[in-house]
Design a protein. Structure first.
Length: 101
């Protein structure tokens, strides 16, 4: 059986939150903002190699394991593992009050 590589897609809300966060960081340090952006994107693009690597997202309601999450630079990235794709569904800063979704 040949393993197919899953595509990584971003929900618009997650993409917009990352963009606004990077713009905010850029006000203090353009170099740090670019570093954060690159590392987050790198980590997300590594997910298809092992989608089950990160723990189950504890804030996702009725999660049977297809929603996973990890943290990097104080951002919590939640993603969905589907049959043909990985979908980044949510990004929140860890200092924000956690919300179930």
């Amino acid at each position: 059986m040949v393993d197919k590589k899953l595509k990584v897609l971003w929900d618009n809300q997650a993409k917009e939150y990352l963009k606004k966060s990077i713009e905010y960081i850029k006000q203090d340090s353009p170099q740090n903002a670019e570093n954060v952006r690159q590392i987050i994107k790198k980590k997300v693009n590594e997910i298809p190699a092992n989608p089950w690597r990160y723990p189950i997202d504890k804030y996702r309601l009725n999660n049977i394991g297809e929603f996973r999450a990890f943290e990097v630079f104080g951002f919590r990235i939640s993603y969905y593992v589907g049959n043909t794709e990985i979908r980044v569904v949510r990004i929140r800063h860890t200092r924000q009050e956690p919300k179930n979704y």
